[in-house]
Design a binder for this molecule. Structure first.
Ligand code: FEO
Length: 163
């Protein structure tokens, strides 16, 4: 059985994962409209992944006797100044998510909820991967700079990268 404190903290994470999915979906749509098919495809997949992260939490909360509350979401920014700004936002967002997961892990230890602590280890590993991927993408974009041909290649590259 989840304590009220853990249930509340997990529900906050449901909101954050749902927001992540929504933000990446807005980014995907913008990229697609700009003609960046590879980037769009990558971000659509990433958005689906975040929805899966949310669902996993919803199921866990309910299985442990809590109630996962499905939150309202704000509208994400519909436009971006460019792909570099967009991916910087992805990286910043993932760093934020990692820090929230770490806080959750900390609460579990303080509350001695080892079951939830164990469940969250999957998210800890997932965040390491997601942050590393976002950093790798930003490094590539820094190398490319404003080169148009470079952006074209980058878009093609991203079509082959797993979100
Ligand atoms: Fe589910 Fe990328 O945080």
């Amino acid at each position: 059985m989840l304590s009220t404190k853990i249930e509340k903290a997990l529900n906050q994470q449901v909101l954050l994962e749902a927001e992540s999915s929504q933000v990446y979906l807005a980014m995907a749509s913008w990229a697609e409209v700009q003609g960046y098919e590879g980037i769009g495809g990558f971000l659509y997949k990433h958005s689906d992944e975040e929805r899966m992260h949310m669902l996993k939490l919803v199921k866990f909360i309910n299985e442990r006797g809590g109630h996962a509350v499905i939150p309202a979401l704000k509208q994400p920014a519909p436009k971006y100044t460019g792909i570099k700004a967009l991916f910087q936002q992805v990286l910043d967002h993932e760093i934020h998510v990692s820090s929230e997961i770490n806080k959750l892990v900390d609460i579990c230890l303080k509350e001695k909820d080892y079951t939830t602590h164990n469940f969250l280890q999957w998210y800890v590993s997932e965040q390491i991967e997601e942050e590393a991927l976002a950093r790798k993408i930003m490094d590539k974009l820094k190398l490319i700079g404003d080169d148009k041909a470079g952006h074209y290649m980058f878009d093609r590259d991203l079509a082959t990268i797993q979100a």
